[in-house]
Design a protein around this ligand. Sequence first.
Ligand code: NDP
Length: 331
Amino acid sequence: RRSVVLKRRPGGEPSRGDFDIREDPVPHPEAGDVVTRTIWLSIDPYMRGRLREEQTYATAVQIGDVMTGETVGEVVESGDPAFQPGDLVVGARGWQTHSVTPGKQLVKIRKGAAPLSAYLGILGMPGATAYAGVTEICKPKPGETFVVSAASGAVGSVAGQLAKRAGARVIGIAGGPDKCFWVQDSLGFDDCVDHRSIDLRGELHAACPNGIDAYFENVGGAVQAAVFEQLNPFARVAMCGMVSQYNEKTPPPGPNLGFVVGKRVLIQGFIVSDRPERLTEWRTMAEPLVAEGNLVYREDVIEGLENAPDALAGILTGRNFGKLLVKVSPE
Ligand code: NDP
């Protein structure tokens, strides 16, 4: 089996040189464990946090350890009677061609219900993240203006579609004309503002003439500053992530939040895994919507496990267009 292990902690943008490829024999499972062959590996912005020395909300990957990440895989050998070779599962982790996982951490995928890769994106952790932030914090109402950043991405694309289904006017923020076009044309958002525009504030104001009632924050930085200025009284802000600063050694100085008092703004952070049952709830709800084409998604596929470090570097700077995945082996 081949594994990508952490060689050194990156100072800024991660690169291939920060990782080593390790080869060892595919192990046989102990009782209760299951060996899977990785088909799809998910690449997500949170992985940058796991490369830091200091503790974030989750444990750091140690030097010499296999890099962490969600996968979809096929069972090749099982020490757990609940799983048979050929079963397709989510729940095995790691940037590696084969994983050994306790059977109780694995969930079987119903064959044919949706494309396998969707279980790492719209039907997986990113989809459940969007669902949590929109329904529990942003709570968009008909006629309100809802804004989401990284709008063409795995989380943002779902968040905006959910707000649209709730009856809100939905404005995306994304990097570049191609992403903005797709957000409006394929996702059906009412407008999309390019954050690379020289007049981000002005364009956001033009797209949100009645101000902003709910904001789903994925990026931070200049985008956040522009949105915060235009929040309405009683606006809700779901703090999902701030990808613009994940490569920074020290975070940039924060905004002045004095306006939050006078405008009675609610700003709340959340982590999708706080409530693990949410993922099952979301998957059950979203599977038919995806099958009927009522929830749209886009994937960006990189071939080959050895290219995972480049993929991670790319998602932190916007080179991905849609849910980023590494195809590790054939379906
Ligand atoms: P995406 O597919 O959205 O990819 C990240 C995107 O961020 C890039 O494509 C890019 O889009 C945008 N971006 C990168 N750098 C910048 C920058 N400097 N300024 C503005 N935009 C930038 O990733 P995900 O959908 O997987 O994740 C989106 C966010 O959700 C991240 O912040 C992530 O950490 C967070 N998250 C939080 C979870 C939680 O439990 N709280 C769980 C899962 C994800 P563009 O080209 O449009 O700028």
